[in-house]
Each structure stands twice: as structure tokens, then as C-alpha cells.
Design a protein around this ligand. Structure first.
Ligand code: 5GP
Ligand code: MN
Length: 341
């Protein structure tokens, strides 16, 4: 990152008027925070800006400044087509492949004639772009957006608004598990300090993001931990599974199972934790790990998914029961491939 200057890029962006910002499927705090921070910046420049996400996002993010303007592609095909066609600048944030934007947006990203800028922290970016601001070591895409605002967009610190600061704060906090992983970069704390100085209320945001669920989440957590947890002590691994029936019986709401997978890691002897959730038409798997256990390898090699070393995910298209059996088999037989020394 260093102190590189991007004068051509800076003036190219300044010449653009219609801005579209797309983020990944199942948008999380980092995806929305990054996209909305850019949204507020371009709004302040008088641009016509839209944030487009493939599908809806959880209620605990529905307070974020600007969230009400976000266009959800599912159910808004005509509007999305128009916005993507009109855009002369397209930001792609928090994803490394157009396929992460889901069926409806994937082709539109690839075919877009706009000037394309990728801002992301996943390894092996595979998106044809005019400019890639891709740093897999960064804590979050929000951290990269913060840098991009200063280095490329030349937005001085005094012009950072509270709205932008709140959006970036959510990205930084959610992608580091409230500063429990990917959190050893001193600059991360410099940014947080500057955001707090701008007026961000960290305590209030914590409540909005983490203490904003209905009872359904706790009921599901009780079932997951009390009845659906399997520990494989010889393999330093644990997994939970929730069936479609579990979700339906407990009035599941979007976002309810967010974070469940982390509980496995609270066991001192467990270095790999997984959760398997039966969704409509497919099975979602989430993986988390400690230290050198690389769950991206597991997700990529055996489930065609991806992510980061310590946080990855994938979808499987077999039955729920077969997926559970397959995961257990992979952990037992291929343990050494992702438990790195
Ligand atoms: P989560 O378990 O929170 O859904 O996802 C963990 C991480 O895995 C995300 O931050 C993202 O980097 C990655 N990820 C999530 N879903 C997918 C997916 O369907 N495909 C790929 N390649 N990566 C994913
Ligand atoms: Mn991210």
C-alpha cells in the first residue's frame, strides 16, 4: 500500500457521474459498510450513486446510514439492469469473483462497460477490472476503503462524515469478530481511533449489531449447542448442523445463525469449527479456525467455496445428511491438508 500516488485514477474517478457499487451475496457488515461508505463519499461529490446487493441483508444492519437506498437485485431486475447499464464507474467490493454476486449480477458485472474498480481482501482475485485495490492481508474491505478514500479519492480526514465513519466502523468490527481475529495491524486501531473521534459511538453500534435479535436466535442457538454439536477430539474439530425443520420450528429470521460457528472454537482443544445449515435447495457450510488451520483450503478443495484462512464458507448441493457425512469424512481423511504446521 505505501505512499503510492494514483493521479490518473483520481482524475478518472472525478470525471465519472453515475456510480454503481456492488457487493457479494448474503451481504455482511463489511460488504455493506464498505459499499455505503463509498456511497456517502460519492453522494457528497454530487454523483448519482447506487449500492446494489444480490439478496436481502439481515435486520441488524438495517440501521446503517444509507441502508434504505440499497437496491436488492432479487425482485428488482429492471432497476438493476438500468443502474448497471447507466453506470460509468462500477465498484466491486468485498469479493474476489463475479460469481460471489449471485446469478443475477454475475453476468452484469462481467459485461459492464463501466470503469471497474475492485476493492477487496480475499486471495486470488479473479475479476477483470481497470484497477484492483486488493490486499488479502487487510483486516477488512472497510479498512481498504478507508485507505482508498484518502490515497485515491483525496478525501481529507476533515471531510470524513459521521455517516461514512459509522459504515466503516461496522465493517472493521464485524470482519474482525469485534477485534478478536485479523486484528494485529496497528493501523486498524489508528483508523478506529479516527472514526471514534469523528463521533462514532462504539457501544451503541455494538448493541445495534449484536443485541438486536428476536428470541428465535437464542432458541436456535440452544438447539445447535445442546443437541446438534459433534466434537471430534482426535481431529481437534467440532461441527453443528441445523436442518430446515429446526429453522422452521423456531421461526428462523435472516441472520439468526450468524456467529454460531464461532462457539466451536471456544473449546480449548478445538481448532476447526463448522456449521452446516439446510437452506432452500442447497446446504450452506461455514468454517472457522484458529492459527494455522487453513479452512479456505477445506472450503475450496472439497466444497468449491472459499474465503480466508480462518473464516471460509461454501454451498453443497447434496442432501443434508450426505453433506454432514461427507464433511466428517473429509475432516477424518484429509485433516493434514488443512491443519498446517
Ligand atoms: P460466512 O461463514 O460468514 O458466510 O462466510 C465466511 C467467509 O467465507 C466470508 O467472509 C467470505 O469471504 C467467504 N464466503 C462466504 N460464502 C462464500 C461462497 O459461497 N463462496 C466463496 N468462495 N466464499 C464464500
Ligand atoms: Mn470482508
Amino acid at each position: 500500500m505505501g505512499s503510492v500516488d494514483f493521479p490518473l485514477l483520481t482524475s478518472k474517478i472525478a470525471d465519472c457521474k453515475y456510480i454503481a457499487i456492488v457487493a457479494h451475496y448474503n451481504p455482511d457488515g463489511d460488504a455493506l459498510g464498505s459499499a455505503l461508505a463509498l456511497y456517502h463519499y460519492h453522494q457528497s461529490k454530487g454523483n448519482e450513486v447506487s449500492v446494489i446487493v444480490p439478496n436481502d441483508f439481515p435486520d441488524f444492519l438495517k440501521w446503517m446510514p444509507g441502508n434504505e437506498t440499497v437496491v436488492v437485485a432479487e425482485g428488482n431486475a429492471n432497476l438493476v439492469k438500468h443502474l448497471m447499464k447507466q453506470a460509468d464507474l462500477l465498484y466491486i467490493v468485498d469479493m474476489n469473483s463475479p460469481s460471489r454476486a449471485g446469478q443475477q449480477l454475475e453476468d452484469k458485472i462481467i459485461d459492464s462497460k463501466a470503469f471497474k474498480i475492485l476493492i477487496d481482501h480475499h486471495v486470488n482475485p479473479n475479476i477483470e477490472c481497470d484497477f484492483q485495490y486488493s490486499f488479502p492481508k487487510a483486516s477488512s474491505t472497510a479498512q481498504l476503503v478507508y485507505e482508498f478514500l484518502f490515497k485515491v479519492l483525496k478525501n481529507p480526514l476533515h471531510a470524513l462524515t459521521l455517516e461514512m465513519a459509522e459504515c466503516l466502523y461496522v465493517g472493521l468490527i464485524t470482519d474482525t469478530g469485534s477485534l478478536t481475529y485479523s486484528c494485529n495491524d496497528p493501523f486498524l486501531y489508528t483508523i478506529l481511533s479516527r472514526l471514534i473521534k469523528k463521533g462514532v459511538d462504539g457501544e451503541h453500534i455494538h448493541r445495534l449489531v449484536y443485541d438486536n435479535y428476536g428470541a428465535s436466535r437464542l432458541k436456535l442457538l440452544g438447539i445447535a449447542l445442546g443437541h446438534r454439536l459433534v466434537i471430534l477430539p482426535e481431529y481437534q474439530s467440532a461441527y453443528m448442523s441445523l436442518s430446515k425443520k429446526d429453522l422452521e420450528d423456531n421461526n428462523y429470521q435472516i441472520g439468526d445463525t450468524e456467529g454460531f460457528v464461532n462457539y466451536g472454537l471456544s473449546i480449548s482443544t478445538v481448532d476447526l469449527s463448522a456449521i452446516i445449515i439446510e437452506r432452500e435447495k442447497r446446504i450452506k457450510l461455514s468454517f472457522r479456525s484458529k492459527g494455522n488451520v487453513d479452512v479456505r483450503i477445506l472450503a475450496e478443495r472439497y466444497f468449491n467455496g472459499g474465503g480466508h484462512r480462518n473464516a471460509s464458507a461454501a454451498y453443497n448441493y447434496d442432501t443434508f445428511e450426505n453433506t454432514i457425512a461427507y464433511l466428517e469424512q473429509i475432516i477424518k481423511e484429509h485433516h493434514d491438508e488443512f491443519f498446517l504446521p
